[in-house]
Design a protein around this ligand. Structure first.
Ligand SMILES: [Zn+2]
Length: 308
């Protein structure tokens, strides 16, 4: 079954590891060979800039990852850069769609022009924060009662004008609720249900319902600490619990996947990399019908972007 995955951190690894190749490097969880083995048809590649980096080096780090996207990912003939959503439908057998996202606006400081440069590279999803405070808002590891900063209005306005999906996955709670009425297109690209695993990176039932009420979607993440409380590894069955819970809240049509491959130090059993994606599909098919699983795997997101 074809997969659309909304989050991986392979670009960060492609800029950090020596002599790395995207096609087959064993150090990558979402290499081209593994994406193919797992039937991943569309993969979102996040630009992720480490928060410890000095502020004046962050923008360049983001540009370097965009450069790696071109020189190491798109140079492979199978990889097709998705800059318009209708291109997803046009992908041929053997081709994999590649989408850029920005995981947090830390690298733009308070400079809207920097965000424009990044969007001009073909970025289609933007998160306002990673886990920490930046010029726009506060991340999930910060005080949950702090709202969006004044600069957020300009950022969200630009993202709306450019039809960019705003990713709420790393945002803190107050920022999330303030963003809901402002953002036109919203998705949690890689978050799970707080009711099943109480972690600041997960969303409460109220948040999940409100997100969908505002036209958004929930894409579940495969990182064990966001699946089972305090666990470094966990089972596929536990991950399926999140899917069942979210489905009971907002319906299967609003659920998708955002693995976080290449951004995790621990993985779910039998789901260690993108090559094992079909094991997750098999696990879901024990609970859900083929139609339901294909809705989660790719059809739901395709319908969502068709409306954009
Ligand atoms: Zn993340």
């Amino acid at each position: 079954m074809n997969i659309i995955d909304l989050h991986c951190d392979v670009l960060e690894k492609l800029t950090r590891l020596e002599n790395v190749n995207f096609r087959s490097d064993a150090r990558l969880d979402a290499s081209l060979e593994k994406l193919k083995a797992g039937n991943v048809k569309v993969q979102v590649f996040a630009i992720f800039v480490h928060s410890e980096l000095p502020d004046n080096e962050k923008f360049l780090a983001a540009i370097r990852q965009i450069e790696a996207f071109h020189t190491k990912v798109l140079c492979e003939p199978e990889m097709i850069h998705i800059t318009e959503w209708e291109q997803i439908k046009q992908l041929e057998d053997g081709q994999i769609g590649a989408i850029l996202s920005l995981e947090g606006c830390d690298c733009i400081g308070e400079d809207l022009q920097k965000l424009e440069h990044i969007l001009n590279a073909g970025v289609k999803l933007v998160g306002l924060t990673w886990n920490h405070e930046n010029g726009v808002a506060f991340g999930a590891s910060e005080d949950s009662s702090k709202g969006l900063k004044p600069f957020a209005k300009k950022v969200v306005q630009l993202l709306n004008e450019r039809d960019i999906i705003i990713d709420v996955s790393h945002l803190n709670e107050q920022g999330f609720f303030e963003l809901l009425p402002l953002g036109n297109k919203l998705i949690a690209s890689h978050s799970n249900a707080k009711a099943i695993c109480d972690h600041p990176r997960n969303l409460s039932d109220v948040q999940i319902k409100e997100l969908v009420k505002h036209g958004g979607r929930m894409h579940v993440v495969f990182y064990p600490p966001f699946i089972e409380n305090g666990k470094e590894t966990t089972s596929m069955a536990y991950l399926v619990k999140h899917v069942e819970h979210i489905a009971s809240l907002v319906g299967i049509q609003n659920i998708g996947f955002g693995s976080d491959f290449d951004g995790m130090d621990h993985t779910v059993e039998k789901l260690a990399d993108a090559g094992e994606y079909q094991n997750f599909i098999k696990a879901l098919l024990k609970t859900f019908t083929f139609e339901e699983v294909s809705l989660m795997a790719h059809r739901g997101f395709s319908k969502f972007v068709n409306r954009i």
